[in-house]
Write a protein that binds this ligand. Structure first.
Ligand code: AMP
Length: 571
Protein backbone atom coordinates (compact mmCIF):
# COMPACT_ATOMS: atom_id res chain seq x y z
CA UNK A 1 0.00 0.00 0.00
CA UNK A 2 2.97 2.31 0.50
CA UNK A 3 2.95 3.59 -3.06
CA UNK A 4 -0.75 4.39 -3.02
CA UNK A 5 -2.09 7.88 -2.92
CA UNK A 6 -3.41 8.87 0.49
CA UNK A 7 -7.12 8.34 0.86
CA UNK A 8 -7.78 12.00 1.66
CA UNK A 9 -8.47 13.05 -1.93
CA UNK A 10 -11.62 15.18 -1.71
CA UNK A 11 -14.70 14.42 -3.80
CA UNK A 12 -16.28 16.98 -6.12
CA UNK A 13 -19.00 17.43 -3.48
CA UNK A 14 -16.32 18.22 -0.87
CA UNK A 15 -15.05 21.01 -3.13
CA UNK A 16 -18.37 22.77 -2.73
CA UNK A 17 -19.82 22.22 -6.20
CA UNK A 18 -23.57 22.25 -6.76
CA UNK A 19 -25.49 19.06 -7.47
CA UNK A 20 -26.05 19.78 -11.18
CA UNK A 21 -22.30 19.99 -11.76
CA UNK A 22 -21.48 16.91 -9.71
CA UNK A 23 -24.03 14.96 -11.75
CA UNK A 24 -22.53 16.08 -15.06
CA UNK A 25 -19.02 15.17 -13.89
CA UNK A 26 -20.21 11.75 -12.88
CA UNK A 27 -21.92 11.31 -16.27
CA UNK A 28 -18.59 12.15 -17.90
CA UNK A 29 -16.94 9.39 -15.85
CA UNK A 30 -14.74 11.69 -13.76
CA UNK A 31 -14.14 9.86 -10.50
CA UNK A 32 -12.28 12.44 -8.46
CA UNK A 33 -10.77 15.93 -8.81
CA UNK A 34 -7.23 16.19 -10.17
CA UNK A 35 -4.74 17.79 -7.75
CA UNK A 36 -4.98 21.18 -9.42
CA UNK A 37 -8.79 21.05 -9.23
CA UNK A 38 -8.73 20.02 -5.58
CA UNK A 39 -6.47 22.95 -4.76
CA UNK A 40 -8.06 25.68 -6.81
CA UNK A 41 -11.83 25.06 -6.99
CA UNK A 42 -12.74 25.81 -3.33
CA UNK A 43 -10.65 29.00 -3.39
CA UNK A 44 -12.10 30.16 -6.69
CA UNK A 45 -15.61 29.53 -5.42
CA UNK A 46 -14.75 31.79 -2.49
CA UNK A 47 -13.91 34.50 -5.00
CA UNK A 48 -10.11 34.59 -4.65
CA UNK A 49 -7.88 35.58 -7.58
CA UNK A 50 -5.53 32.84 -8.69
CA UNK A 51 -2.16 32.53 -10.37
CA UNK A 52 -1.71 28.91 -11.39
CA UNK A 53 1.11 27.11 -13.09
CA UNK A 54 -0.45 24.29 -15.03
CA UNK A 55 0.18 22.68 -18.39
CA UNK A 56 -2.46 21.09 -20.55
CA UNK A 57 -3.44 17.68 -19.23
CA UNK A 58 -3.58 18.71 -15.58
CA UNK A 59 -7.33 19.27 -15.63
CA UNK A 60 -6.90 23.06 -15.53
CA UNK A 61 -9.89 23.74 -17.80
CA UNK A 62 -12.32 22.21 -15.34
CA UNK A 63 -10.43 23.94 -12.53
CA UNK A 64 -11.63 27.34 -13.77
CA UNK A 65 -14.77 26.24 -15.66
CA UNK A 66 -16.48 24.66 -12.66
CA UNK A 67 -16.17 27.73 -10.39
CA UNK A 68 -17.51 29.88 -13.27
CA UNK A 69 -20.52 27.58 -13.59
CA UNK A 70 -20.93 27.47 -9.82
CA UNK A 71 -21.63 31.23 -9.95
CA UNK A 72 -24.14 30.94 -12.75
CA UNK A 73 -27.68 32.01 -12.00
CA UNK A 74 -29.80 29.22 -13.43
CA UNK A 75 -32.70 31.53 -14.14
CA UNK A 76 -30.85 34.02 -16.32
CA UNK A 77 -32.91 34.23 -19.48
CA UNK A 78 -31.10 36.84 -21.48
CA UNK A 79 -28.29 39.11 -20.60
CA UNK A 80 -24.68 39.97 -20.94
CA UNK A 81 -21.84 37.52 -20.36
CA UNK A 82 -20.74 37.05 -16.75
CA UNK A 83 -17.48 35.28 -17.58
CA UNK A 84 -14.77 35.86 -20.15
CA UNK A 85 -12.08 33.31 -20.91
CA UNK A 86 -9.18 34.44 -23.09
CA UNK A 87 -7.20 31.75 -24.89
CA UNK A 88 -4.36 31.90 -27.45
CA UNK A 89 -5.79 29.85 -30.35
CA UNK A 90 -9.05 29.03 -32.10
CA UNK A 91 -8.55 25.32 -31.35
CA UNK A 92 -8.31 26.05 -27.66
CA UNK A 93 -11.30 28.40 -27.86
CA UNK A 94 -13.41 25.60 -29.30
CA UNK A 95 -12.06 23.02 -26.88
CA UNK A 96 -12.58 25.16 -23.77
CA UNK A 97 -16.01 26.26 -24.90
CA UNK A 98 -17.05 22.65 -25.52
CA UNK A 99 -15.75 21.66 -22.08
CA UNK A 100 -17.69 24.45 -20.33
CA UNK A 101 -20.78 23.54 -22.33
CA UNK A 102 -20.48 19.89 -21.28
CA UNK A 103 -19.94 20.63 -17.58
CA UNK A 104 -22.75 23.18 -17.59
CA UNK A 105 -25.35 21.10 -19.43
CA UNK A 106 -27.46 20.54 -16.30
CA UNK A 107 -27.51 24.30 -15.71
CA UNK A 108 -28.35 25.23 -19.28
CA UNK A 109 -25.15 27.29 -19.52
CA UNK A 110 -24.84 29.29 -22.75
CA UNK A 111 -21.28 29.38 -23.96
CA UNK A 112 -19.96 31.11 -27.08
CA UNK A 113 -16.54 30.66 -28.65
CA UNK A 114 -15.32 33.77 -30.47
CA UNK A 115 -12.33 33.56 -32.76
CA UNK A 116 -11.10 34.92 -36.05
CA UNK A 117 -11.91 33.19 -39.30
CA UNK A 118 -15.51 32.51 -38.29
CA UNK A 119 -18.35 34.66 -39.72
CA UNK A 120 -18.87 37.47 -37.24
CA UNK A 121 -22.62 37.56 -37.95
CA UNK A 122 -23.25 34.27 -36.17
CA UNK A 123 -21.32 35.47 -33.16
CA UNK A 124 -23.35 38.72 -33.10
CA UNK A 125 -26.64 36.84 -33.22
CA UNK A 126 -25.66 34.61 -30.32
CA UNK A 127 -24.46 37.59 -28.30
CA UNK A 128 -27.80 39.34 -28.85
CA UNK A 129 -29.75 36.27 -27.69
CA UNK A 130 -27.85 36.21 -24.41
CA UNK A 131 -24.68 34.41 -23.42
CA UNK A 132 -23.26 33.40 -20.04
CA UNK A 133 -19.65 32.62 -20.88
CA UNK A 134 -17.54 33.92 -23.76
CA UNK A 135 -14.37 32.08 -24.72
CA UNK A 136 -12.36 34.26 -27.05
CA UNK A 137 -9.01 34.76 -28.70
CA UNK A 138 -7.75 38.27 -27.81
CA UNK A 139 -7.72 39.56 -31.42
CA UNK A 140 -11.37 38.75 -32.13
CA UNK A 141 -12.42 39.94 -28.67
CA UNK A 142 -10.87 43.35 -29.47
CA UNK A 143 -12.77 43.43 -32.82
CA UNK A 144 -16.05 42.96 -30.97
CA UNK A 145 -15.16 45.48 -28.29
CA UNK A 146 -14.37 48.09 -30.98
CA UNK A 147 -17.70 47.40 -32.68
CA UNK A 148 -19.47 47.65 -29.35
CA UNK A 149 -20.82 44.13 -29.70
CA UNK A 150 -19.16 42.46 -26.72
CA UNK A 151 -20.60 44.00 -23.54
CA UNK A 152 -18.18 43.53 -20.67
CA UNK A 153 -19.84 45.54 -17.91
CA UNK A 154 -21.44 42.44 -16.33
CA UNK A 155 -18.27 40.39 -16.32
CA UNK A 156 -17.68 38.87 -12.88
CA UNK A 157 -14.73 36.66 -13.71
CA UNK A 158 -11.93 36.78 -16.31
CA UNK A 159 -9.68 33.82 -17.03
CA UNK A 160 -6.39 34.15 -18.92
CA UNK A 161 -5.71 30.61 -20.07
CA UNK A 162 -2.27 29.61 -21.37
CA UNK A 163 -1.13 33.16 -20.66
CA UNK A 164 2.50 32.50 -21.65
CA UNK A 165 1.33 31.36 -25.10
CA UNK A 166 -0.78 34.49 -25.50
CA UNK A 167 2.21 36.67 -24.69
CA UNK A 168 4.42 34.67 -27.08
CA UNK A 169 1.86 35.32 -29.79
CA UNK A 170 2.06 39.07 -29.22
CA UNK A 171 -1.32 39.52 -27.51
CA UNK A 172 0.10 41.44 -24.58
CA UNK A 173 -1.42 44.82 -25.50
CA UNK A 174 -4.76 43.31 -26.48
CA UNK A 175 -4.99 41.61 -23.11
CA UNK A 176 -4.26 44.86 -21.32
CA UNK A 177 -6.99 46.70 -23.27
CA UNK A 178 -9.54 43.94 -22.73
CA UNK A 179 -8.89 43.87 -19.00
CA UNK A 180 -9.35 47.68 -18.90
CA UNK A 181 -12.86 47.23 -20.27
CA UNK A 182 -13.97 44.82 -17.52
CA UNK A 183 -15.21 45.93 -14.08
CA UNK A 184 -12.38 46.39 -11.54
CA UNK A 185 -14.39 44.30 -9.07
CA UNK A 186 -14.03 41.22 -11.24
CA UNK A 187 -12.30 38.03 -10.10
CA UNK A 188 -9.19 37.26 -12.19
CA UNK A 189 -7.65 33.87 -12.83
CA UNK A 190 -4.41 33.31 -14.72
CA UNK A 191 -3.17 29.90 -15.81
CA UNK A 192 0.17 29.50 -17.50
CA UNK A 193 2.43 26.52 -18.17
CA UNK A 194 5.45 28.61 -17.25
CA UNK A 195 5.79 31.60 -14.96
CA UNK A 196 8.43 33.88 -16.51
CA UNK A 197 8.80 37.43 -15.18
CA UNK A 198 6.47 38.85 -17.87
CA UNK A 199 3.66 36.70 -16.51
CA UNK A 200 4.44 37.70 -12.97
CA UNK A 201 4.30 41.34 -14.08
CA UNK A 202 0.80 40.90 -15.53
CA UNK A 203 -0.25 39.08 -12.38
CA UNK A 204 1.05 41.94 -10.26
CA UNK A 205 -0.90 44.51 -12.27
CA UNK A 206 -4.21 42.70 -12.59
CA UNK A 207 -4.58 40.15 -9.81
CA UNK A 208 -5.49 41.08 -6.25
CA UNK A 209 -3.80 39.08 -3.52
CA UNK A 210 -3.92 35.90 -5.61
CA UNK A 211 -3.42 32.39 -4.32
CA UNK A 212 -0.49 30.80 -6.13
CA UNK A 213 -0.54 27.25 -7.28
CA UNK A 214 2.68 25.89 -8.67
CA UNK A 215 3.72 22.44 -9.73
CA UNK A 216 5.34 20.47 -6.98
CA UNK A 217 8.85 21.63 -6.32
CA UNK A 218 9.68 18.97 -3.79
CA UNK A 219 11.37 16.10 -5.46
CA UNK A 220 10.76 12.49 -4.59
CA UNK A 221 13.34 11.37 -2.03
CA UNK A 222 16.09 9.32 -3.62
CA UNK A 223 15.19 5.66 -3.45
CA UNK A 224 11.44 6.39 -3.17
CA UNK A 225 10.89 6.47 -6.90
CA UNK A 226 10.72 2.86 -7.99
CA UNK A 227 13.37 1.42 -10.29
CA UNK A 228 11.40 1.06 -13.42
CA UNK A 229 12.31 1.35 -17.08
CA UNK A 230 10.38 4.41 -18.17
CA UNK A 231 9.54 5.38 -21.69
CA UNK A 232 6.98 7.52 -23.46
CA UNK A 233 5.52 7.72 -26.94
CA UNK A 234 4.13 10.90 -28.50
CA UNK A 235 0.96 9.85 -30.27
CA UNK A 236 -2.06 11.70 -31.63
CA UNK A 237 -5.15 10.61 -29.72
CA UNK A 238 -6.84 8.82 -32.62
CA UNK A 239 -3.87 6.47 -33.03
CA UNK A 240 -3.57 5.51 -29.40
CA UNK A 241 -5.41 2.16 -29.43
CA UNK A 242 -3.38 0.90 -32.41
CA UNK A 243 -0.16 2.17 -30.87
CA UNK A 244 -0.95 0.53 -27.54
CA UNK A 245 -1.51 -2.81 -29.28
CA UNK A 246 1.69 -2.55 -31.23
CA UNK A 247 3.75 -1.58 -28.17
CA UNK A 248 2.27 -4.44 -26.15
CA UNK A 249 3.15 -6.86 -28.95
CA UNK A 250 6.76 -5.78 -28.83
CA UNK A 251 6.94 -5.73 -25.02
CA UNK A 252 5.14 -9.08 -24.44
CA UNK A 253 4.19 -8.27 -20.84
CA UNK A 254 2.98 -10.92 -18.41
CA UNK A 255 0.30 -8.62 -17.02
CA UNK A 256 -0.33 -4.95 -17.60
CA UNK A 257 -2.38 -2.27 -15.95
CA UNK A 258 -3.48 0.54 -18.25
CA UNK A 259 -4.54 3.74 -16.49
CA UNK A 260 -7.22 5.91 -18.08
CA UNK A 261 -8.65 9.19 -16.86
CA UNK A 262 -12.35 8.44 -16.83
CA UNK A 263 -14.80 5.58 -16.44
CA UNK A 264 -16.02 6.10 -20.00
CA UNK A 265 -12.47 5.86 -21.34
CA UNK A 266 -11.91 2.66 -19.36
CA UNK A 267 -15.00 1.02 -20.85
CA UNK A 268 -14.21 2.18 -24.36
CA UNK A 269 -10.58 1.07 -24.32
CA UNK A 270 -11.43 -2.31 -22.77
CA UNK A 271 -13.85 -2.96 -25.59
CA UNK A 272 -11.40 -1.83 -28.25
CA UNK A 273 -8.55 -3.94 -26.90
CA UNK A 274 -10.78 -7.02 -26.60
CA UNK A 275 -11.77 -6.44 -30.21
CA UNK A 276 -8.08 -6.46 -31.10
CA UNK A 277 -7.53 -9.86 -29.53
CA UNK A 278 -6.21 -8.90 -26.10
CA UNK A 279 -7.80 -10.21 -22.94
CA UNK A 280 -8.70 -6.95 -21.26
CA UNK A 281 -10.83 -6.34 -18.17
CA UNK A 282 -12.23 -3.01 -16.98
CA UNK A 283 -11.98 -1.79 -13.41
CA UNK A 284 -13.56 1.47 -12.31
CA UNK A 285 -15.41 3.13 -9.48
CA UNK A 286 -18.82 2.37 -11.02
CA UNK A 287 -18.39 -1.36 -10.32
CA UNK A 288 -19.53 -3.17 -7.18
CA UNK A 289 -17.26 -5.28 -5.00
CA UNK A 290 -18.39 -8.54 -6.57
CA UNK A 291 -17.59 -7.32 -10.07
CA UNK A 292 -14.22 -6.02 -8.92
CA UNK A 293 -13.36 -9.34 -7.25
CA UNK A 294 -14.24 -11.19 -10.43
CA UNK A 295 -11.94 -8.97 -12.48
CA UNK A 296 -9.09 -9.33 -10.02
CA UNK A 297 -9.45 -13.11 -9.97
CA UNK A 298 -9.26 -13.20 -13.75
CA UNK A 299 -6.07 -11.16 -13.70
CA UNK A 300 -4.47 -13.09 -10.85
CA UNK A 301 -5.44 -16.40 -12.43
CA UNK A 302 -3.92 -15.36 -15.75
CA UNK A 303 -7.27 -15.43 -17.60
CA UNK A 304 -6.86 -11.74 -18.37
CA UNK A 305 -3.62 -10.00 -19.17
CA UNK A 306 -4.70 -6.39 -19.46
CA UNK A 307 -6.40 -4.47 -16.66
CA UNK A 308 -7.82 -1.14 -17.78
CA UNK A 309 -8.50 1.03 -14.74
CA UNK A 310 -9.03 4.47 -13.28
CA UNK A 311 -6.79 5.68 -10.47
CA UNK A 312 -9.60 5.48 -7.95
CA UNK A 313 -10.46 1.88 -8.76
CA UNK A 314 -6.85 0.76 -8.76
CA UNK A 315 -6.03 2.37 -5.44
CA UNK A 316 -4.92 -0.20 -2.90
CA UNK A 317 -4.55 -3.02 -5.41
CA UNK A 318 -1.46 -5.13 -5.07
CA UNK A 319 -1.01 -7.40 -8.03
CA UNK A 320 2.03 -9.62 -7.97
CA UNK A 321 2.17 -10.53 -11.60
CA UNK A 322 2.17 -6.96 -12.93
CA UNK A 323 5.16 -6.28 -15.15
CA UNK A 324 3.95 -3.20 -17.02
CA UNK A 325 2.13 0.01 -16.18
CA UNK A 326 0.75 1.99 -19.09
CA UNK A 327 -0.43 5.58 -18.72
CA UNK A 328 -2.92 5.89 -21.54
CA UNK A 329 -2.69 9.63 -20.87
CA UNK A 330 -0.07 11.58 -18.99
CA UNK A 331 -1.31 11.60 -15.37
CA UNK A 332 -2.73 14.91 -14.18
CA UNK A 333 0.12 15.46 -11.71
CA UNK A 334 3.67 14.15 -11.36
CA UNK A 335 2.74 12.64 -7.99
CA UNK A 336 0.09 10.42 -9.58
CA UNK A 337 2.71 9.25 -12.07
CA UNK A 338 4.94 8.13 -9.21
CA UNK A 339 2.05 6.35 -7.48
CA UNK A 340 1.06 4.58 -10.67
CA UNK A 341 4.48 3.30 -11.64
CA UNK A 342 5.04 2.18 -8.06
CA UNK A 343 2.79 -0.75 -8.91
CA UNK A 344 5.55 -2.49 -10.77
CA UNK A 345 9.20 -2.89 -9.92
CA UNK A 346 8.33 -3.95 -6.39
CA UNK A 347 10.42 -6.29 -4.27
CA UNK A 348 13.46 -5.90 -6.45
CA UNK A 349 11.73 -7.02 -9.64
CA UNK A 350 12.16 -5.07 -12.82
CA UNK A 351 9.15 -3.14 -14.02
CA UNK A 352 8.27 -1.15 -17.09
CA UNK A 353 6.30 2.09 -17.26
CA UNK A 354 5.02 3.33 -20.60
CA UNK A 355 3.28 6.65 -21.14
CA UNK A 356 1.27 7.54 -24.21
CA UNK A 357 1.34 11.31 -24.42
CA UNK A 358 -0.27 13.58 -26.93
CA UNK A 359 2.31 15.81 -28.57
CA UNK A 360 1.05 18.83 -26.60
CA UNK A 361 1.63 17.02 -23.32
CA UNK A 362 5.38 16.79 -23.80
CA UNK A 363 5.89 19.49 -21.21
CA UNK A 364 4.15 17.41 -18.55
CA UNK A 365 6.67 14.63 -19.13
CA UNK A 366 9.43 17.12 -18.44
CA UNK A 367 7.78 18.11 -15.14
CA UNK A 368 7.64 14.47 -14.16
CA UNK A 369 11.31 13.96 -15.02
CA UNK A 370 12.18 16.96 -12.90
CA UNK A 371 10.23 15.65 -9.93
CA UNK A 372 11.42 12.06 -10.06
CA UNK A 373 14.96 12.91 -11.18
CA UNK A 374 14.60 9.96 -13.53
CA UNK A 375 14.66 9.99 -17.27
CA UNK A 376 11.70 9.08 -19.44
CA UNK A 377 13.02 8.25 -22.87
CA UNK A 378 10.88 9.17 -25.83
CA UNK A 379 10.60 6.09 -28.02
CA UNK A 380 9.41 5.64 -31.55
CA UNK A 381 6.23 3.66 -32.10
CA UNK A 382 7.13 0.54 -34.07
CA UNK A 383 6.43 1.22 -37.73
CA UNK A 384 4.74 -1.12 -40.17
CA UNK A 385 8.25 -1.88 -41.47
CA UNK A 386 9.38 -2.76 -37.92
CA UNK A 387 6.43 -5.10 -37.59
CA UNK A 388 7.24 -6.72 -40.89
CA UNK A 389 10.85 -7.21 -39.82
CA UNK A 390 9.70 -8.73 -36.57
CA UNK A 391 7.33 -11.09 -38.37
CA UNK A 392 10.18 -12.10 -40.65
CA UNK A 393 12.34 -12.81 -37.60
CA UNK A 394 9.60 -15.03 -36.23
CA UNK A 395 9.42 -16.95 -39.50
CA UNK A 396 13.18 -17.44 -39.40
CA UNK A 397 12.97 -18.68 -35.80
CA UNK A 398 10.16 -21.10 -36.70
CA UNK A 399 12.17 -22.54 -39.59
CA UNK A 400 15.26 -22.90 -37.43
CA UNK A 401 13.22 -24.70 -34.81
CA UNK A 402 11.91 -27.03 -37.46
CA UNK A 403 15.45 -27.81 -38.62
CA UNK A 404 16.53 -28.53 -35.05
CA UNK A 405 13.51 -30.75 -34.46
CA UNK A 406 14.43 -32.87 -37.47
CA UNK A 407 11.98 -35.36 -39.01
CA UNK A 408 12.25 -33.59 -42.35
CA UNK A 409 13.20 -36.62 -44.42
CA UNK A 410 9.73 -37.17 -45.77
CA UNK A 411 10.05 -33.84 -47.64
CA UNK A 412 13.43 -34.65 -49.17
CA UNK A 413 11.87 -36.05 -52.33
CA UNK A 414 10.09 -32.76 -52.97
CA UNK A 415 13.29 -30.73 -52.68
CA UNK A 416 15.28 -33.21 -54.74
CA UNK A 417 12.83 -33.29 -57.63
CA UNK A 418 12.54 -29.51 -57.66
CA UNK A 419 16.32 -29.19 -57.46
CA UNK A 420 16.60 -31.00 -60.79
CA UNK A 421 14.95 -28.05 -62.40
CA UNK A 422 15.62 -25.09 -60.07
CA UNK A 423 18.37 -23.71 -57.94
CA UNK A 424 18.14 -24.99 -54.32
CA UNK A 425 18.18 -21.41 -53.09
CA UNK A 426 15.07 -20.70 -55.09
CA UNK A 427 13.35 -23.76 -53.70
CA UNK A 428 14.24 -22.62 -50.20
CA UNK A 429 12.93 -19.12 -50.88
CA UNK A 430 9.59 -20.45 -52.07
CA UNK A 431 9.30 -22.63 -48.97
CA UNK A 432 10.11 -19.66 -46.70
CA UNK A 433 7.52 -17.55 -48.48
CA UNK A 434 4.83 -20.16 -47.89
CA UNK A 435 5.83 -20.59 -44.24
CA UNK A 436 5.76 -16.83 -43.75
CA UNK A 437 2.41 -16.33 -45.41
CA UNK A 438 0.77 -19.15 -43.55
CA UNK A 439 2.00 -17.89 -40.18
CA UNK A 440 -1.19 -15.88 -40.28
CA UNK A 441 0.06 -13.07 -38.03
CA UNK A 442 -2.68 -10.49 -38.41
CA UNK A 443 -1.08 -7.69 -40.37
CA UNK A 444 -1.58 -4.32 -38.75
CA UNK A 445 -0.82 -2.11 -41.70
CA UNK A 446 -1.92 1.23 -40.31
CA UNK A 447 1.03 3.61 -40.16
CA UNK A 448 1.11 5.58 -36.90
CA UNK A 449 2.52 9.08 -37.32
CA UNK A 450 5.88 9.50 -35.64
CA UNK A 451 5.84 12.67 -33.60
CA UNK A 452 9.08 13.72 -32.01
CA UNK A 453 9.31 16.54 -29.50
CA UNK A 454 10.46 19.85 -30.86
CA UNK A 455 13.82 20.68 -29.30
CA UNK A 456 13.87 24.12 -27.75
CA UNK A 457 16.75 26.09 -26.28
CA UNK A 458 18.59 24.27 -23.52
CA UNK A 459 16.49 21.21 -24.04
CA UNK A 460 18.07 20.45 -27.36
CA UNK A 461 21.16 18.70 -25.99
CA UNK A 462 19.09 16.57 -23.71
CA UNK A 463 16.67 15.79 -26.49
CA UNK A 464 19.55 14.62 -28.65
CA UNK A 465 20.73 12.39 -25.83
CA UNK A 466 17.24 10.96 -25.37
CA UNK A 467 16.88 10.37 -29.03
CA UNK A 468 20.27 8.71 -29.31
CA UNK A 469 19.43 6.26 -26.60
CA UNK A 470 15.94 5.59 -27.87
CA UNK A 471 17.28 4.75 -31.28
CA UNK A 472 18.95 1.78 -29.72
CA UNK A 473 15.49 0.53 -28.88
CA UNK A 474 14.34 -1.16 -25.71
CA UNK A 475 16.69 -3.84 -24.50
CA UNK A 476 14.49 -5.17 -21.74
CA UNK A 477 15.36 -8.72 -21.10
CA UNK A 478 12.29 -10.25 -19.61
CA UNK A 479 12.95 -13.07 -17.17
CA UNK A 480 11.61 -16.36 -18.36
CA UNK A 481 8.36 -16.69 -16.54
CA UNK A 482 8.02 -20.34 -17.36
CA UNK A 483 5.23 -22.50 -16.00
CA UNK A 484 5.54 -23.70 -12.47
CA UNK A 485 5.41 -27.42 -13.09
CA UNK A 486 4.25 -28.50 -9.67
CA UNK A 487 1.13 -26.33 -9.58
CA UNK A 488 -2.14 -27.84 -10.70
CA UNK A 489 -4.78 -26.09 -12.82
CA UNK A 490 -7.63 -24.03 -11.38
CA UNK A 491 -10.75 -25.81 -10.20
CA UNK A 492 -12.85 -27.33 -12.99
CA UNK A 493 -10.10 -26.61 -15.49
CA UNK A 494 -7.62 -28.91 -17.18
CA UNK A 495 -4.28 -27.87 -18.50
CA UNK A 496 -3.33 -28.64 -22.06
CA UNK A 497 0.30 -28.88 -23.11
CA UNK A 498 1.05 -27.14 -26.40
CA UNK A 499 4.32 -28.08 -28.11
CA UNK A 500 5.20 -24.55 -29.19
CA UNK A 501 6.20 -21.53 -27.16
CA UNK A 502 7.80 -18.15 -27.20
CA UNK A 503 10.64 -19.12 -29.52
CA UNK A 504 8.04 -19.94 -32.19
CA UNK A 505 6.49 -16.55 -31.69
CA UNK A 506 3.46 -17.86 -29.79
CA UNK A 507 1.54 -15.25 -27.82
CA UNK A 508 -1.49 -15.79 -25.59
CA UNK A 509 -3.63 -14.20 -28.29
CA UNK A 510 -2.58 -16.91 -30.79
CA UNK A 511 -3.74 -19.69 -28.48
CA UNK A 512 -6.99 -17.93 -27.57
CA UNK A 513 -7.61 -17.16 -31.25
CA UNK A 514 -6.94 -20.72 -32.41
CA UNK A 515 -9.02 -22.37 -29.68
CA UNK A 516 -11.92 -19.92 -29.84
CA UNK A 517 -11.86 -20.05 -33.63
CA UNK A 518 -11.86 -23.84 -33.94
CA UNK A 519 -14.07 -24.95 -31.05
CA UNK A 520 -17.27 -23.98 -29.26
CA UNK A 521 -15.25 -22.35 -26.48
CA UNK A 522 -15.09 -18.58 -26.30
CA UNK A 523 -12.14 -16.47 -25.17
CA UNK A 524 -13.78 -16.11 -21.76
CA UNK A 525 -13.90 -19.90 -21.25
CA UNK A 526 -10.16 -20.15 -21.60
CA UNK A 527 -8.25 -19.97 -18.36
CA UNK A 528 -4.66 -19.16 -17.52
CA UNK A 529 -2.10 -19.30 -20.28
CA UNK A 530 1.60 -19.69 -19.62
CA UNK A 531 4.12 -19.40 -22.37
CA UNK A 532 7.62 -20.84 -21.97
CA UNK A 533 10.36 -20.78 -24.56
CA UNK A 534 9.59 -24.11 -26.21
CA UNK A 535 6.07 -24.95 -25.03
CA UNK A 536 2.91 -23.42 -23.59
CA UNK A 537 0.22 -24.46 -21.15
CA UNK A 538 -3.37 -23.40 -21.49
CA UNK A 539 -6.25 -24.06 -19.14
CA UNK A 540 -9.64 -25.01 -20.60
CA UNK A 541 -12.77 -26.39 -18.92
CA UNK A 542 -12.48 -30.20 -18.49
CA UNK A 543 -15.61 -30.65 -20.59
CA UNK A 544 -13.89 -28.97 -23.56
CA UNK A 545 -10.47 -30.67 -23.44
CA UNK A 546 -11.13 -33.45 -25.96
CA UNK A 547 -12.80 -31.04 -28.35
CA UNK A 548 -9.77 -28.73 -28.23
CA UNK A 549 -7.22 -31.53 -28.72
CA UNK A 550 -9.27 -32.95 -31.55
CA UNK A 551 -9.80 -29.60 -33.27
CA UNK A 552 -6.16 -28.64 -33.03
CA UNK A 553 -5.16 -31.81 -34.88
CA UNK A 554 -6.93 -30.43 -37.92
CA UNK A 555 -5.47 -26.98 -37.82
CA UNK A 556 -2.17 -25.16 -37.55
CA UNK A 557 -0.75 -22.62 -35.14
CA UNK A 558 1.42 -19.95 -36.78
CA UNK A 559 1.42 -22.06 -39.90
CA UNK A 560 2.66 -25.21 -38.19
CA UNK A 561 1.04 -28.38 -36.99
CA UNK A 562 1.45 -28.27 -33.24
CA UNK A 563 0.75 -31.07 -30.77
CA UNK A 564 -1.87 -30.33 -28.12
CA UNK A 565 -2.21 -32.93 -25.35
CA UNK A 566 -3.30 -33.19 -21.74
CA UNK A 567 -0.55 -32.02 -19.48
CA UNK A 568 1.02 -34.63 -17.25
CA UNK A 569 1.89 -33.06 -13.94
CA UNK A 570 2.55 -34.13 -10.39
CA UNK A 571 0.29 -32.70 -7.69
P1 AMP B 1 -6.95 19.95 -19.43
O1 AMP B 1 -5.70 19.90 -18.60
O2 AMP B 1 -7.93 20.92 -18.95
O3 AMP B 1 -6.60 20.10 -20.89
O4 AMP B 1 -7.68 18.52 -19.28
C1 AMP B 1 -7.13 17.33 -19.73
C2 AMP B 1 -8.13 16.20 -19.84
O5 AMP B 1 -8.47 15.70 -18.57
C3 AMP B 1 -9.42 16.55 -20.52
O6 AMP B 1 -9.65 15.55 -21.48
C4 AMP B 1 -10.47 16.45 -19.42
O7 AMP B 1 -11.68 15.96 -19.95
C5 AMP B 1 -9.86 15.48 -18.46
N1 AMP B 1 -10.20 15.73 -17.06
C6 AMP B 1 -10.23 16.92 -16.43
N2 AMP B 1 -10.54 16.74 -15.12
C7 AMP B 1 -10.68 15.42 -14.91
C8 AMP B 1 -10.99 14.61 -13.76
N3 AMP B 1 -11.19 15.14 -12.55
N4 AMP B 1 -11.07 13.27 -13.94
C9 AMP B 1 -10.85 12.73 -15.14
N5 AMP B 1 -10.57 13.42 -16.25
C10 AMP B 1 -10.47 14.76 -16.15
Amino acid sequence: MSADQPDDVPTFVDLGLRAELVTELSNLGYEEPTPIQAESIPQLIEGRDLLGQAATGTGKTAAFALPILERLDKNRSEGEPMALVLVPTRELAMQVSEAIHRYGRGLGARVLPIFGGQPIGRQLQALRRGIDVVVATPGRAIDHINRGTLPLSSIEIVVLDEADEMLDMGFSEDIESILQETPPTRQTVLFSATLPSRINAIAKRHLTNPIRIEIARASVAAGDAPKVRQSAYLIPRSHKPAALGRILDVESPTATIVFCRTRLEVDELTETMNGRGYRAEALHGGMNQEQRDRVMNRLRGGTADLLVATDVAARGLDIDQLTHVVNYDVPSAPESYVHRIGRVGRAGREGVAITLAEPRQHRMLKNIERLTKQRISIEKVPTVADLRTRRMELTRATLEESILEGGLDQFRVVVETLADEYDVMEVALAAVKLAHESSGAAADEEEIPDVQPRPEGNDKKKWDRDKGSSDKGGSYDKADRGPKKARGPSEGMTRIYVAAGRSSGIRPGDLVGAIAGETDLSGRDIGAIEIADRFSLVEVPESGVDQVIDAMKRTTLKGKKVTFRRERYET
